[in-house]
Design a protein around this ligand. Sequence first.
Ligand code: 4AZ
Length: 266
Amino acid sequence: MATTLHRLVKFIGVAAAAVTLGLAPGAMASAAPPPEPSMDPLIVGGTAATTQQYPWTVALLLDGTQWCGGTLAAPNKVVTAAHCTAGKAVSRWQIVAGRTDLRTSEGHTAKVTKVWQHPGYRSVTQGDDVAVMTLDRNLNYTTLPLAKPADSGLYKAGTQARALGWGDTTGNGDYSDTLRQVVVPLTSDQTCASAYSEYKSASMVCAGFPQGGKDTCQADSGGPLVINGKLVGITSWGEGCAQAGKPGVYARVSSYYTQLSTQISS
Ligand code: 4AZ
């Protein structure tokens, strides 16, 4: 069930891409690329991480199943992707902090009392894929600051960024019980625009190696992309995972700094 829905989320992104590419709706199922096998088994191509190392990384469980990632930006505020929260009743979420291995009961949990979704959000490929959850209690873990417009230097192509999550490790629906990390270079706007016709530099930023191999994937969505101790991106979309020439796409946090900050301090 969860896998099906995760795949549905991904399918919708691919379907939207297919529509913008002018493909017939009936061709969408066949237009969706099959998952690429990955040489690096273990996020795709990543390594083990712990919530002790990255205490602001939280898991977003939907009806008790790991669904998306998020970032603790204040003790009672989680920044995530709007595509994670869209259409979901707040009562279905459980936010988990301090739990590297989701099979354990380590750490602390909170429920969600309110979700703010960017009012412009329509679909991942159209951008504005940002949301802020308000928790019913404080999760007393270290928070991560947001990148500001003045941090534009962090977004220079080639800068190494770290992504974290409990998502798919192969592109075949193999979700990780334990936190994974991957370090990928930001691409230039030009590189991402040639990979994706829907790329918008104002609302998105891409990261990945030209040859692929390392990437975020399904269920990593909403989780952090971090440079220099700042949240620069929110895992959003991509065509497949870790494919050559198809970098991961992240919401560009600095573009939403004012709106996100207002929500985080409200
Ligand atoms: C997803 O479906 C997803 N390779 C997240 C990240 C990426 C692709 C898909 C980036 O949630």
